[in-house]
Design a protein around this ligand. Structure first.
Ligand SMILES: NC(=O)c1ccc[n+]([C@@H]2O[C@H](COP(=O)([O-])OP(=O)(O)OC[C@H]3O[C@@H](n4cnc5c(N)ncnc54)[C@H](OP(=O)(O)O)[C@@H]3O)[C@@H](O)[C@H]2O)c1
Length: 201
């Protein structure tokens, strides 16, 4: 669908942020040019990418006129992607964490529960605060209004260095189960041709 049609459906003449969902091998430079054109036309206030690693970003840097303003990556206490994070920080690309709660699976961690109890907060709030203190934008998903409010209410406490470190120790550099299945990055064993089914992501 042409972007103009999407805007029409949304009932707006621009969006605040437009992201490229993932780096499809041999296609993402061309796709990025389309996002640049949309940005230059004023139809998106900001443009960015998702799931780009250092190689993708460096390649984009060699070919693009505008660098991404945002990189949305999988980031939570269990997966840190330090090389990508450092590259984005060095190049003024705002980081955004998808699955910031580890898809809900981190909420029962004893380490996080203990810290939450000490602050009178919930485990979800502590995890989101841990990400916020590292300058990530967080996009937790919930279908419950109360949880949405809870996830927003994270600006009245601060984790100290020891607490930040204790949570960071939960790192397993482990992606979601589905992530490695769709190796979109050009790996010969991957699924560069993979087209997601509606609602899959
Ligand atoms: N760019 C990408 O490639 C990519 C990939 C995956 C996801 N995403 C985006 O990232 C966003 C979030 O990711 P996600 O849905 O995978 O994981 P998530 O936000 O880490 O976790 C969502 C899960 O946590 C539960 N939850 C949320 N708030 C809670 C709270 N306060 N207390 C207890 N449970 C809570 C939700 O249940 P309830 O809904 O029942 O509350 C849901 O089961 C989504 O909007 C998605 O679009 C992007």
């Amino acid at each position: 669908m042409h972007f103009n049609e999407q805007l029409k459906k949304l009932g707006t003449d621009h969006v605040d942020l437009l992201l490229l969902h993932w780096p499809v091998f041999n296609k993402y430079i061309e796709s990025w040019r389309a996002l640049e054109a949309i940005y230059n036309d004023g139809q998106a206030r900001a443009i960015g990418v998702c799931n780009f690693d250092v190689d993708h970003l460096q390649n984009l840097m060699d070919h693009a006129n505008i660098m991404p303003m945002v990189n949305q990556i999988e980031f939570n206490p269990r997966i840190h992607q330090p090389d990508t994070v450092a590259f984005c920080q060095d190049n003024h690309i705002q980081l955004e964490a998808w699955s910031p709660l580890g898809n809900g699976q981190l909420l029962s961690s004893p380490v996080i529960s203990k810290i939450a109890k000490e602050h009178g907060k919930t485990p979800a709030q502590v995890i989101l605060r841990w990400e916020l203190q590292q300058d990530f934008i967080v996009i937790p998903k919930s279908v419950h209004e109360e949880r949405m409010r809870e996830n927003r209410d994270i600006n009245d406490f601060e984790l100290d260095a020891d607490e930040m470190e204790a949570i960071a120790m939960l790192d397993e550099e482990k992606h979601s189960i589905w992530y490695d299945k769709y190796k979109w990055s050009g790996n010969p064993n991957g699924r560069d041709d993979y087209i997601a089914k509606p609602g899959e992501f």
